[in-house]
Ligand binder design. Structure first.
Ligand code: MG
Length: 387
């Protein structure tokens, strides 16, 4: 009998992590190791069901609790834990990185260096370390498959095609909960309003990124690193229904779109069970007659300054995207904790980017230096606004 494929999930109790577990469960695959932050209750349920041999957590108390209940499980804690988990079963397990933020970069690089194919939901890995990660993927002869609905769409659409056939790819954006708001309306939005995404149910960090459209900016950078296209071949468009997950325009102006329900299970299933399109009992069909009509609007880069800034940072390269991501991460945290307003997010990020542009950065572009600068920027902004 052939052994079921082995999976390792980084960030297993989050939104993508739990949906990945749904697919692993219904595909009868093995979960051999996982990491999580502080949600020990959910972690215990995962252990009970999947019986993994290794667990890592940020929660020291949770670690003790798990060890008492399951003395045979090997437990790692803190930051180093994700790296340990990412290196297990070298050349033999598939790593799903569902971590949030820059914390995902190092574990991705370790997973690749230890011979794992990586299914990547942590887009920040590519936003801040794209050039390095691409090189590692090549050197270690592994694959890096996106779990992001837009990138999964492009990845599916490009199957059997070659980049010479492509004019451009078009990433769709719902526009988030404030699509129809003007500048004055945005001054009064609350955390609850920003967390109320019209189409997708996601973790809080990415939901705020979708409300500011920083997420779409990050996805432009992510697409650049994944698909080997030029920056100006990557376009964005507002499509409020989120039914078309993204599109490719070929040289003959034929446009291919990938459609489906706004359900991340679809992209996760394709990453786990692709490149064939395989059935999975939790996937639901989309009734187009109930959708009725699809709409498209220009994504105005003057209105959405963070998307424009993502293009700028991508063109400038190296540490520009580190600063963009670090400033965003800390601003989202400050906003969620009611320390700054919604419009402050964009203002502080743009301010940090212009400060960085005025200085010369002589650091060598390495993962350690990226993470060091990341921490510096975050501390600086936190100290200023976290009072
Ligand atoms: Mg996306």
């Amino acid at each position: 009998m052939v052994e079921a494929p082995k999976f390792i999930i980084l960030g297993a109790t989050g939104s993508i992590g739990t949906q990945a577990l749904d697919i692993i469960r219904s595909s009868n695959y093995q979960l051999v190791a996982f990491s999580y932050g502080y949600n020990t209750n959910v972690a215990l349920k995962i252990i009970e069901e999947f019986k993994p041999l290794y667990v890592s957590t940020q929660d020291e108390e949770g670690a003790k609790l798990i060890q008492t209940k399951y003395p045979n499980i090997v437990i790692y804690t803190k930051e180093e834990g994700n790296n340990k988990i990412a290196s297990l079963y070298p050349n033999d397990a598939i790593v799903i990185n569902a971590l949030v933020g820059s914390a995902g970069l190092k574990p991705t690089s370790i997973a690749i260096e230890t011979g794992h194919n990586v299914l990547l939901a942590n887009k920040e890995t590519l936003v801040i370390g794209g050039e390095i990660i691409k090189k590692l993927v090549k050197e270690n002869n592994v694959s890096l498959i996106p779990i992001d609905s837009e990138h999964s769409a492009i990845y599916q659409l490009l199957k059997g095609h070659n980049n010479k056939e492509i004019n451009k790819i078009i990433l769709t954006a719902s526009g988030g909960p404030f699509r129809t708001y003007n500048k004055e309306d945005l001054l009064n939005v609350k955390v609850e309003d920003a967390l109320n995404h019209p189409n997708w149910k996601m973790g809080s960090k990415i939901t705020i990124d979708s409300a500011t459209l920083m997420n779409k900016g990050f996805e432009v950078i992510e697409a650049y690193h994944l698909f080997g296209l030029e920056v100006d071949q990557i376009e964005t468009i507002i499509h409020p229904e989120s039914i078309i997950h993204s599109m490719v325009e070929f040289k003959d102006y034929s446009i291919f779109a990938q459609m489906g329900p706004s359900d991340m299970h679809l992209a996760i299933n394709y990453a786990i069970n692709g490149p064939e399109h395989k059935e999975c009992d939790i996937l639901k069909p989309l009734d187009l007659t109930s959708v009725g009509s699809l709409h498209f609007e220009k994504l105005d880069l003057e209105k959405y300054q963070l998307v424009k800034m993502a293009y700028t940072a991508l063109k400038k390269g190296e540490f520009y995207t580190t600063v963009l991501n670090a400033a965003n991460e800390v601003c989202v945290e400050l906003f969620l904790n009611n320390k700054i307003s919604f419009v402050d997010i964009e203002r502080i990020i743009l301010e940090e980017m212009s400060l960085f542009a005025s200085k010369e950065c002589l650091l060598e572009f390495t993962i350690d230096n990226i993470l060091h600068l990341d921490q510096q920027i975050k501390n600086k902004i936190k100290n200023k606004y976290n009072s």
